[in-house]
Design a binder for this molecule. Structure first.
Ligand code: FDA
Length: 581
């Protein structure tokens, strides 16, 4: 059997694996990515792409390409519940930060906006980005075996086209091989939680619904026909392309047998959900998936890491599937690059588990809770399994009646809709990750928490472990985000007027450590202008203080003011973060 050596083996070319491949290539790390499938995703699957993920694409120079094919944020927001597209609207919620009061929260938090990009459209763009950077991505190549010794990860892969098996030896490996991860199984990763908690069918279809959707543009339309066969709805439509391409998702209870999944049956279901016999429906594909609630007990075993669904498996609520997967890779790739280049000790890699496992836990629990929180909607509509259609319609009439019961039920519906904000406007969950690990040096301050609900609202802070807050600066008469002057695989020192001494120190320490360490001075008369004073509002440090920002734009450390020995401080902090002691 032939053998090949590389620095990192990435198993899986979904959102997690492709992002890892692109980022590793960007950072100059040699990697081989294998996927058992013949190509990228063959159906829309996940689609909500949040601001942190768009920031990763922005760092990679891919943001504009993604935006060019995405459904923009302004066409995502009118979350509708109705008896059918042509039927009675029951409820609506402005989602994904599109409500006027939320727009400002989202706009203030990031230089980029959330969008809707189906996975089969997104993945080829990340693949192109990875290959343009020299990544070696091999499809139809299945991992059969993987094991590790002290220094090497050994993998056996088979090329499905030729049947030829090959050994790949790597310094490290990333198991980004999805919810049925071979890597996790072969290396004995353990999981907490349960699987098979719900059964769903995705039907990808064409149907021109412009007349029912253009005036209430949304990513999601929850159709709940009175007398429906399951509490979560008769068929939720996810927008793939406005307004003629969709995924219809429906749930079923296996205890009642498998639903008829023939093309005729799913077309009839879609027709009922649309409620207009004039609308032509063409089914493109049908697939099944399950609701799982699982997190790996460890994200790292020796030289092998789990990322994406391989590490955390959860329902699509909150739209966190691909987002968390891509953000895992953003956390891990720079650490691998630093360790492989000899710029950091291997202990830096422990921080991946310490930082991303709590995120995985939070995301899995939040998504599961959001699924459970949909039940009050159904209850407020007065729908329950086994109910006749007549009973269901009576309940709808009562809900909108000018009666004491109608008023009570409308109040209950309003409360149920409010609860949906934790699913559809959970900005704090999307952006608010704060890390606590050996790759962050505390500054002695307490986490002040959040002024508002931490799941619903993102609270920027420069406390070590938090993500660098975004504000707009001006550079050479161009608007530029604080995020744009950091990232790109490098550490950055950010200071203000009077902080030149941090920049001098950064240059000296960078040379000593053999790393790239950018220095940025924000303030009047400098290259980066805080023209309206937004940076002064959020930086939480004195003008002459400094932030040390990691390549993934999380803050490694901060000094509140000038200090006495900038070189000594930066040296000791970087030694700690990079495990160079
Ligand atoms: P992902 O599963 O995307 O990729 C795994 C990769 O590993 C693939 O390239 C595969 O070929 C490869 N692989 C697996 N075993 C291998 C082996 N032994 N050797 C080599 N390669 C191997 N999420 C969401 O948020 N909203 C949604 O609506 C949906 N809908 C949905 C529908 C369907 C049908 C599926 C299957 C999944 C969803 N999801 C979803 C989940 C979402 O797609 C998921 O969270 C992300 O794809 C996770 O990305 P990963 O890169 O981690 O794994």
């Amino acid at each position: 059997m032939s053998a090949v050596d590389t620095e990192v083996l990435v198993v899986g070319a979904g959102p997690a694996g492709l992002s890892a491949a692109a980022l590793l290539a960007e950072y100059g790390v040699r990697s081989i990515t294998v996927s058992k499938h013949p190509g990228t995703a063959n159906s829309p699957r996940a689609h909500i792409t949040n601001q942190r993920t768009m920031e990763v694409f922005r760092d990679l120079g891919l943001e504009e390409r993604v935006r060019a094919v995405a459904v923009p944020n302004e066409l995502m927001g009118d979350n509708v519940w109705a008896t059918s597209f042509a039927g009675r609207e029951l409820a609506r919620l402005k989602a994904w930060g599109t409500a006027p009061l939320r727009q400002q929260d989202y706009a203030a938090a990031s230089p980029t906006a959330m969008c809707n990009v189906p996975q089969h459209v997104l993945e080829p763009l990340i693949l192109d980005g990875a290959r343009e950077r020299g990544a070696d991505v091999r499809f139809s190549t299945e991992l059969l075996h993987i094991w590790q010794t002290d220094d090497v990860v050994h993998a056996v892969v088979r090329d499905h086209n030729t049947g030829v098996e090959q050994t790949i030896r790597s310094r490290y490996a990333i198991g980004a091989d999805g919810g049925r991860s071979t890597v996790a199984k072969k290396l004995g990763f353990q999981f907490d939680g349960r699987s098979g908690l719900g059964h769903a069918v995705n039907v990808w279809l064409h149907a021109d619904l412009t007349r029912y959707t253009a005036h209430r543009p949304s990513t999601l339309y929850w159709m709940c026909q009175p007398g429906n066969d399951y509490w979560i709805g008769s068929g939720t439509f996810i927008c793939v392309r406005p307004w003629d391409e969709w995924v219809m998702v429906f749930m079923y209870d296996p205890a009642e047998g498998r639903p008829d999944m023939s093309e005729e049956a799913v077309t009839a279901r879609a027709a009922a959900v649309i409620g207009d016999p004039e609308v032509a429906i063409t089914v493109k594909s049908i697939s099944e998936w399950q609701i799982n609630h699982l997190v790996a007990r460890e994200f790292r075993r020796g030289r092998v890491f789990l990322a994406g669904d391989a590490a955390h498996r959860h329902p699509p609520a909150n739209g966190l599937g691909t987002n968390t997967s891509i953000q895992d890779s953003y956390n891990l790739a720079w650490k691998l690059a630093f360790v492989l280049r000899g710029q950091a000790g291997p202990e830096l890699l422990d921080s991946y588990d310490a930082e991303r496992r709590p995120v995985g836990r939070q995301v899995v629990d939040r998504a599961m809770k959001s699924v459970e929180d949909m039940r009050p909607m159904s209850e407020a509509f007065g729908f329950h399994p086994g109910q006749s259609s007549e009973d269901g319609w009576r309940s709808v009439d009562d809900l909108f009646a000018d009666t004491a019961s109608g008023r009570r039920r409308r109040q209950a519906l309003s409360e149920a809709i409010d609860l949906q904000n934790f699913n559809f406007n959970a900005h704090g969950v999307e952006l608010g990750q704060r890390y606590d690990s050996s790759a962050v040096v505390p500054d002695g301050t307490m986490d002040a928490g959040s002024d508002r609900d931490p799941e619903l609202y993102y609270q920027p802070t420069t406390r070590p472990g938090a993500h660098l807050p975004h504000v707009w600066l001006e550079h050479c008469n161009r608007r530029m985000s604080t995020l744009d002057i950091t990232g790109r695989g490098r550490f950055t020192v950010v200071t203000g007027i009077g902080g030149q001494y941090w920049l001098d120190a950064a240059e000296k320490v960078a040379a000593e450590f053999g790393i790239e360490l950018d220095g940025v001075l924000i303030g009047p008369g400098s290259e980066y202008l805080d023209v309206v004073g937004d940076w002064a509002q959020v930086r939480e440090i004195d003008e002459r203080g400094c932030l040390l920002v990691r390549p993934d734009r999380h803050i490694a450390w901060r000094s509140h003011d000038h200090g006495d020995d900038a070189v000594g401080m930066l040296r000791s902090v970087l030694a700690a973060v990079l495990h160079r002691c």
